[in-house]
Design a protein around this ligand. Structure first.
Ligand code: AAT
Length: 286
């Protein structure tokens, strides 16, 4: 490979990985929690990298942010109060704020530096922080959850992978705490890994979710710059009557335009829960 290619090298995806051609490194510093890098690329726009792992690229970030936001929001009958854990670039807040029923958003991000850097270099994401609906807390998502009970309609965990500061957000205890932080009929949605790289990780997270929530499912989105071009979410619901592939809130084409949606639609919502056969079979027996 040419010298100016960035390669996402991590023990979580051994033997093969994704590269992007870098035009210019805009920022690179170690924060209290992780190494933060922002660079510009020839074809993918600006890219945010934490500890060597791509968090988002300008080209395809909307596929991830829209999915992790609207899958749970549209499954809830009235998602008025929403908690976002992680998401320091602002992209998920940007999407959540668009939902017409959402009145109040709390966000807890561990690393103030990610927010600062996004505001400076990634304004298309950090625009999310400008919403008057949003209150931002700096702190650990796990600790935050210990002190909040019966408060949220929807909790979205936009966390990095389970290697650095986000390890606690994949634990049993965290899912238990999210459950008690929810109001009746509440819904959670957590970043839950890719089926091509680590199907066991996916089934572990889904099983942790199933232990706490009467209803749980894995949904996926196509995001070319995440490992293997795909990423998924576990969704858990306290509402026994939920039908995951049937959104409560259906968006018309006018809604899509007004909300500037580029990936999520009510059709995509249904498709997101239809899993490839090897995935369906693996999740059924593990
Ligand atoms: N929307 C971009 C996608 C992300 S960002 C993940 C965020 O989670 C980062 O800002 C990180 O600082 C934050 N974070 C990590 N641990 C915690 C914690 N314990 N509490 C609160 N915030 C935390 C995710 C990209 C997924 C990459 C898939 N390969």
């Amino acid at each position: 490979l040419k010298k100016n290619w960035f390669t996402e090298d991590c023990e979580m995806w051994p033997g093969g990985t994704f590269s992007v051609e870098v035009k210019e490194v805009l920022y690179s510093e170690q924060s209290d929690y992780q190494e933060i890098t922002v660079f510009d690329t020839t074809k993918f726009g600006k890219v945010l990298v934490l500890d060597g792992i791509i968090q988002c690229t300008e080209k395809d970030e909307f596929a991830y942010q829209e999915s992790i936001a609207f899958l749970p929001l549209c499954l809830h009958k009235n998602p008025e109060k929403v908690l976002i854990v992680g998401g320091g670039d602002g992209g998920v807040a940007r999407e959540v704020a668009k939902h017409p029923q959402v009145k109040e958003i709390l966000q807890v991000e561990i690393d103030e530096k990610v927010i600062e850097v996004s505001k400076k270099y990634l304004p298309f994401l950090a625009v999310g922080f400008e919403s008057p609906k949003l209150k931002l807390h700096i702190g650990d998502g796990f600790e935050f959850m210990l002190n909040h009970k019966n408060e949220f309609d929807v909790i979205i965990t936009d966390s990095s992978d389970p290697v650095g500061p986000a390890v606690s957000l994949f634990r049993d205890h965290y899912f238990q705490l999210m459950k008690s932080a929810l109001k009746p009929n509440g819904i959670i949605c957590s970043q839950a890994g890719t089926v091509w790289n680590d199907l066991d990780l996916v089934s572990n997270i889904l099983n942790i979710c199933k232990k706490q929530f009467p209803k749980a499912a894995y949904a996926y989105a196509s995001v070319p710059t995440y490992p293997s071009g795909q990423i998924g979410f576990v969704i858990g619901s306290l509402d026994n009557d939920i039908v995951f592939d049937k959104p409560e809130r259906v968006f018309t084409e006018e809604d899509e335009k007004e909300m500037k949606l580029r990936y999520y639609s009510s059709e995509i919502h249904k498709a997101a829960f239809v899993l490839p056969t090897f995935v369906r079979q693996h999740l059924a027996k593990n």
